[in-house]
Design a protein around this ligand. Structure first.
Ligand code: CP
Length: 310
């Protein structure tokens, strides 16, 4: 059963193939307008979303299929029903399941017990759909992936950083993670271990630094994400602002990267927090191209998981 729980489910060649298809779908969407005719996607959410929900739902509509939004808060899941029973029952109705749920182990259980392909639409651990779209976006802007340097600045004990570490190391992008010292701010050790092994195979490097300037130095891509991930409480906000402030992406930090460096944020973005307004709204920012590519990359992903050709 094909699935996407993490980017490590795919090889370098499979990711290239999905990016190639995404670019082709973006160029000629009408060619794919009936490829998912009669197919249904179940979308399970226990967290808020703009991009993920809308891009998956629009993607199904544009390919002739249908998507069902299923809110965990108004479901029996976790109250009267297990993840495994939900997966087995839903698999009798739908062709594909995507889920945005906090605990990663719940997503893995869903994927292991469903009898249709399952897509991780973000857990507390990883966000592979975002990074698939990001890799497409970087290749569109730079023309290639292998050998580039990406510097990620900010909260690094989060899903986007983990998936960037997997995605970059599989694709041969050198990644520098710039974050405060401490296990609660740094990537999980098992992610770094896996990323280092993947980087050895692809001929790239993985670095964690507490010096944002040195991490950003010579970068082709500067990437940041919210300091307030969905599972972080509002009470921690002030403390986190003080801790992450030295890693805020401002114009000065962008100046350490290459002159043609691009700025990325998976969104939502908070101006004055993980980046300044000048950067996210400036000429180097490609954040809305990233957001758009969620649509194209996920269309390609769904066709790939279902084994459907145009
Ligand atoms: N980047 C992202 O996943 O956006 P949403 O949280 O709006 O889905």
């Amino acid at each position: 059963m094909k699935k996407l729980t993490d980017l490590t489910d795919f090889t370098n060649e499979e990711i290239i193939s999905i990016i190639d298809l995404a670019v082709e779908i973006k160029r000629d969407p009408m060619r794919y307008s009936q490829t998912l005719s009669g197919k249904t996607l179940l979308m399970i959410f226990d967290k808020a979303s703009l991009r993920t929900r809308v891009s998956f739902e629009v993607g199904m509509t544009q390919m002739g299929g249908h998507a069902i939004y299923y809110n965990v808060a108004t479901s029996p899941l976790g109250k009267k029903e297990t993840m495994s029973d939900t997966a087995r029952a839903a698999s009798r109705y739908v062709d594909l399941i995507m889920a945005r749920i906090g605990p990663h182990e719940d997503l893995v259980e869903l994927a292991n017990t469903a009898t249709v392909p399952v897509i991780n639409a973000m857990t507390n651990f990883s966000h592979p759909c975002q990074i698939l779209a990001d890799l497409q976006t970087i290749r569109e802007k730079k023309g290639y992936l292998k050998g580039l340097k990406l510097a990620y600045c900010g909260d690094s004990n989060n899903n986007v950083t983990h998936s960037l570490l997997f995605g970059c190391s599989i694709m041969g992008i050198n990644i520098s993670v710039c974050c405060p010292e401490g296990t609660e701010y740094e990537p999980m050790p098992e992610v770094l271990e896996k990323a280092n092994a993947l980087a050895s195979s692809s001929g790239s490097s993985v670095e964690v630094t507490h010096d944002a300037k040195s991490g950003a130095s010579g970068a082709d891509v500067i990437y940041t994400d919210s300091w307030m991930s969905y599972h972080i409480s509002e009470e921690q906000k002030e403390e986190r602002i003080n801790i992450f402030k030295p890693y805020q992406v401002d114009q000065k930090l962008m100046g350490f990267a290459k002159p043609d460096a691009i700025f990325m944020n998976c969104l939502p973005a908070m101006r004055g927090m993980e980046q300044t307004a000048e950067v996210v709204d400036g000429p180097q920012s490609i954040v809305f191209d990233q957001a758009e590519n969620r649509l194209h990359a996920q269309k390609a992903l769904m066709l790939e998981l279902l084994g459907i050709k145009a």
